[in-house]
Write a protein that binds this ligand. Structure first.
Ligand SMILES: Nc1ncnc2c1ncn2[C@@H]1O[C@H](COP(=O)(O)OP(=O)(O)OP(=O)(O)O)[C@@H](O)[C@H]1O
Length: 335
């Protein structure tokens, strides 16, 4: 069942034109001219209850603008948005009960207060019952280790602690939907992993629908099955990540450790792109030759100690799509 529905949504901003020089500045004091910036041009999608969807695209693509329309901060210029049955910008307070929001770049907590006091304030704001508050605080303290810093003012928390506090705060009122905007930005590898595990767990245990905006493709790879890719305010892909990998991830790398080092290794259908001692990295196109064919060629004349086949990470596939454009991507609207 769809919990979020976005239909032909546009968002234009009117930006004041800036004229250069003193005369220009004087002119714009008398008569200001505006130009239209189309941040979101025409976007439609629907998200089912319990999904984790990656909402990605290059800088300035329109991701935050979309999320702001879903959270009710911005009103679309045209089109329809329904979040858990409500039009977010017409029912901001009611909508706030259905959603949790985490912005990696800034905290929603009170900077000068001890963390626990921010939680207590949010409890009042969202009218969370004592029972629900206790249940959530117990769970989040256990999984996120909140007790380590509950009495520390938010401004003194490390980035990792601040993110843990923020995500716990966003879930105190048991919202069915969670918007995460760069939830792992700036975190070290271990903290990133912990955050991802937590997101997976709440999605799994509580069936919370998650929309994740990130530039970290590992977040996408580890958390989402589906991704919506946007650019210049338009949706350019909506579908399974596995499909993108299938279509764009044809170049594989075979890594072999040989018993002896060679002058050169010539293979039909494969190209050595790197070598170090007895280790060789061989690139090949899965459509033209299989890994086993390459291995058979090598083992005819050489003894192999070890081998692995590397699939391209979604990171390199997406960066190729960003660079080379979206011509080959067929938008497959998911219903
Ligand atoms: N309040 C605003 N006034 C004018 N233009 C805006 C406003 N907010 C966003 N824009 C413009 O709309 C476009 C989309 O911005 P948006 O912040 O949605 O992109 P984004 O995909 O979230 O980018 P990033 O990955 O850099 O955060 C950009 O060109 C941006 O400059």
């Amino acid at each position: 069942m769809p919990i979020i529905e976005v239909e032909n949504v546009r968002k234009d901003f009117m930006i004041a034109k800036r004229e250069t020089g003193m005369m220009g500045a004087l002119k714009s004091l008398i008569k200001r001219e505006y130009m239209r910036k189309e941040a979101v041009k025409d976007i439609s999608f629907s998200i089912n209850e319990g999904e984790i969807v990656g909402y990605i695209g290059p800088n300035g693509a329109g991701k935050s603008t979309t999320i702001k329309m879903l959270t009710g901060i911005l009103v679309p210029s045209s089109g329809n948005v329904l979040v858990n049955g409500l039009v977010p910008y017409e029912n901001r307070q009611e909508n706030a009960k259905s959603i949790g929001v985490v912005f990696g770049q800034r905290s929603q907590l009170w900077w000068d207060l001890p963390t626990i006091e921010s939680f207590e304030l949010l409890k009042e704001i969202y009218q969370v019952s004592n029972q629900c508050y206790k249940k959530n605080m117990d769970t989040f303290t256990e999984i996120l280790g909140l007790d380590e810093f509950l009495n520390t003012p938010v401004r003194q928390l490390s980035l990792g602690q601040r993110m843990r506090a923020d995500i716990a705060a966003s879930l105190l009122h048991d919202p069915p939907i969670l918007f995460l905007d760069e939830p792992t930005i700036g975190l070290d590898v271990v903290a990133k992993e912990k955050m991802r595990t937590f997101i997976k767990e709440i999605n799994h245990e509580r069936k919370i629908t998650v929309i994740l905006t990130t530039h970290d493709m590992e977040d996408i790879e580890k958390l989402c099955e589906r991704m919506i890719l946007i650019d210049h305010g338009m949706k350019v892909y909506d579908g399974e990540i596995a499909m993108i990998k299938e279509r764009f991830g044809k170049i594989r790398t075979l890594i072999v450790d040989l018993e002896e080092s060679l002058h050169s290794l010539q293979l039909l259908g494969g190209e050595v792109c790197k070598e170090e001692g007895n280790r060789y990295w061989i690139k090949f196109n899965r459509d033209e030759v299989s890994a086993s064919e390459l291995i058979a060629q090598i083992t005819k004349t050489h003894s192999v100690k070890d081998l692995t086949v590397e699939e391209p990470a979604i990171e390199s596939i997406i960066s190729r799509i960003y660079q080379e454009g979206y011509k080959d991507l067929q938008v497959s609207a998911k219903v």
